[in-house]
Design a protein around this ligand. Structure first.
Ligand SMILES: Nc1ncnc2c1ncn2[C@@H]1O[C@H](COP(=O)(O)OP(=O)(O)OP(=O)(O)O)[C@@H](O)[C@H]1O
Length: 257
């Protein structure tokens, strides 16, 4: 197994007396090259789980093995793409992508690698531009190129298209599918969107709340690319039926309805 999460629990101490369980007994196995989505209502612990896999947050309990190695802190084998692209505004697109390569690669190598991934996200023509001269979707593609350029074994994406409009998001779904089939990277993708999860993933892992846990998994056996939205509807309905109860629980807790 390429990525193996075993018995992960995550507790946060709210104060000296109160402990909040954000994740309870998470067990998940992911094959190399798989595209997995973590889907669930707000607060079910998707980002927390991604942070634990990234090594940004140590799990309260449990183990994570990536390619046989135990994970406890961030490492170059994992690349994270967040909702906000977090580019350096004073650097050109090319320099942003070259920046993380500076310690391991010569200047020429940095440029060759950066050019390759900027081409993959169709931004070669914009490499001398600055982030503020790009749209939100283009900035996010730069962030994806920058992460891929580091050649991580595992790509972790936390609602990477959540801040973008619907049209841009659809465009980036196509691009991400292309990147995934070209690079064969293993991807763990966090989303709120049922259709996004089904369109992109080999497997949708549905999480529930109180405490955050895995409810079930849905394999997606639909041919790619999945451009015809109608083909996704039967599975969407099954996932939504499961999620509606969880969403009701969140509303009840948050709004006391
Ligand atoms: N550092 C922290 N201290 C205390 N509680 C936390 C901390 N980080 C997260 N939580 C809580 O853990 C739960 C899970 O949060 P998380 O952000 O992982 O959920 P999520 O599923 O990603 O939500 P969303 O979809 O809204 O982004 C939430 O109830 C949140 O308030």
């Amino acid at each position: 197994m390429f990525l193996q999460l075993s018995h992960i629990n995550q507790h946060f101490h709210i104060d000296q007396q109160t402990k909040f369980t954000a994740l309870s007994d998470i067990n998940l196995s992911i094959d190399e090259g798989e595209f997995i989505s973590l889907l669930g209502p707000s607060g079910c612990g998707k980002s927390t789980l991604l942070s634990i896999i990234a090594g940004l947050l140590p799990a309260s309990d449990g183990t994570i093995l990536l390619d046989g190695q135990s994970i406890s802190k961030p490492g170059p084998d994992r690349g994270v793409v967040f909702q906000q692209p977090a580019l350096f505004p004073w650097m050109t697109v090319l320099d942003n992508v070259r920046f993380p390569l500076r310690k391991k690669h010569s200047k020429t190598e940095q440029t060759v690698i950066a050019d390759k991934f900027l081409k993959m996200v169709h931004l070669s023509k914009f490499k001398e531009r600055y982030p503020h001269e790009l749209s939100g979707g283009m900035q996010q593609r730069v962030a994806i190129a920058r992460t891929l350029a580091m050649d991580p074994k595992l790509l972790l994406m936390d609602e990477p298209f959540g801040a973008l409009d619907e049209q841009t998001r659809m465009h980036l779904h196509d691009q991400l599918e292309g990147i995934w089939s070209e690079t064969k990277k293993t991807i763990v993708f966090v989303t709120h969107s049922v259709s996004e999860a089904i369109q992109l993933s080999d497997r949708v892992v549905v999480m529930g709340t109180q405490p955050g846990r895995i409810l079930t998994e849905f394999p997606v056996d639909l041919p790619r690319p999945r451009r015809n939205k109608q083909d996704l509807v039967p599975l969407e309905e099954r996932v939504l039926a499961l999620l509606s109860e969880e969403i009701r629980k969140v509303k009840e807790e948050e709004y006391q309805v």
